[in-house]
Design a protein around this ligand. Structure first.
Ligand code: SDX
Length: 377
């Protein structure tokens, strides 16, 4: 036995879902390149691809959309639970609470190849309603409603958040952002979901475990942390000074940079950057984008020799802001997309290669010793 710090380069499962080449900066879902999927597919096509292994035909896509939409009807008590939380609560912690509440309805959950995918599709839909409800609760807006006429998942989700949205560019940007965040092999959050589901716990509880891991600033929390750096810097003229004081002298980590697997540009970051440059037109947005580009340039100059490059979270916040979301929702939006990846991995694991995940620890404490009564201590 030996301890592998952070389980670096330790494989926990086999997968046919997602492949990453960290040296070349390649990411594929079921063999399809992330750029091809982001620029051509609808999010629901990717959900079908991840759950069933193939891109759907028309009839299959319609059935997948219908099953997902079933999930929009979240039980009223879950909406009420979200509404009891204070509006300044952390959005991902609110998601954990909502998923914990939904887990209370799973009294006799049993994994089964026949039923799992249908339940998973509903959970994909429920997540959209939960995140929309959290967005509205945090803004003291009335509860979300389901807009029957909505076309696809992105439009339905944005309608649940903002009311009727008809800006096609924003729906398209949301669709791309969801696809980019769907899955990434087995990061900390997916590993947490695998551990929970390996005990045959239910799907909602496994997602709750994943949310708890995603929340941290070293993982999904970086989407908010990276954007907050741009706000803190404020203007392009301050970038050099900020970088020198905080990163060089202050030894603070540059958030949105570095990755356990990628040792070159994260392909998702390049796509998020393209979307941001094409979509952002307001003055404040353009200013923040210039700040980000200058920070990227300094970061790459300083860290690329160590294989540290910008990752998916560096520009994603600028795209979420363009769509209309505040920074306190960015990690929840990451989680919204990643629920599909988490579900795909736990179904793949439990159905095809199930084994209870139970590592060991190497003992370094004292050898056997006799009990000493308190009077003699
Ligand atoms: C995501 O795993 C996934 O796939 C995750 C994800 C997904 O889609 O699920 O891709 C999403 O979480 C992306 C990562 C978002 N996190 C951040 O942007 C936070 C900042 N990044 C770092 O904290 C760090 O790069 C990690 C956590 C992402 C990876 O860290 P590792 O592999 O554990 O590397 P490490 O912390 O051991 O660092 C190695 C060296 C250290 O220097 P030394 O102590 O050896 O001198 O690199 C340095 C670190 O100080 N380093 C950085 C840095 N990241 C690493 N220095 C400055 N800024 C950084 N961002």
């Amino acid at each position: 036995m030996s301890v592998i710090p952070g389980l670096e380069d330790v494989a926990i499962k086999y997968t046919s879902l997602t492949s990453i080449d960290g040296q070349k900066g390649i990411l594929r879902y079921r063999g399809y390149d992330i750029k091809d999927l982001a620029y051509n597919a609808e999010y629901e096509e990717i959900v079908h691809l991840m759950f069933y292994g193939e891109l759907p035909r028309h009839d299959e896509l319609e059935r997948t959309k219908k099953n997902i939409a079933e999930g929009y009807k979240v039980p009223d008590f879950v909406i009420q639970v979200i509404r009891t939380l204070s509006s300044d609560s952390d959005a991902v912690a609110m998601m954990e609470t909502a998923f914990g509440a939904m887990a209370t309805t799973e009294k006799n959950f049993a994994w089964s190849k026949e039923k799992d995918k249908e339940i998973a599709l509903r959970i994909v839909g429920s997540t959209a309603r939960v995140v929309a409800e959290i967005y509205r609760r945090k803004r003291d807006m009335p509860p979300s409603t389901i807009h029957e006429k909505s076309g696809n998942y992105s439009e339905s989700f944005l309608n649940m958040c903002f009311g009727n949205i008809n800006e096609k560019e924003k729906i398209d940007a949301m669709n791309k952002a969801l696809i980019l965040y769907v899955d990434h092999e087995v990061p900390a959050s997916t590993t947490a979901a695998l551990v929970a589901s390996s005990t045959l716990s239910d799907m909602y509880s496994s997602i709750t475990a994943a949310l708890a891991a995603l929340k941290g600033p070293l993982h999904g929390g970086a989407a908010e942390a990276a954007y907050n750096q741009f706000l803190q810097i404020g203007s392009p003229n301050n970038v050099e000074e900020w970088f020198k004081k905080n990163v060089m002298e202050g030894k603070k980590r540059l958030m949105g940079f570095g990755h356990r697997v990628y040792k070159t540009y994260d392909p998702r970051m390049l796509i998020f950057k393209e979307i941001a440059k094409k979509s952002i037109s307001d003055e404040e947005g353009k200013k923040l984008l210039t700040v980000a580009e200058k920070l990227e340039e300094l970061g790459v100059k300083q860290f690329s020799s160590k294989g540290i490059y910008p990752n998916t979270d560096f520009y994603s916040g600028l795209v979420f802001r363009y769509i209309g979301f505040p920074v306190d929702m960015f990690t929840a939006l990451f989680a919204l997309a990643r629920v599909t990846g988490w579900l795909a991995h736990i179904m793949e694991y439990v159905e095809d290669q199930h084994r209870l995940i139970r590592p060991r620890a190497i003992y370094t404490g004292p050898e056997r010793r006799e009990y000493v009564p308190i009077e003699k201590r």
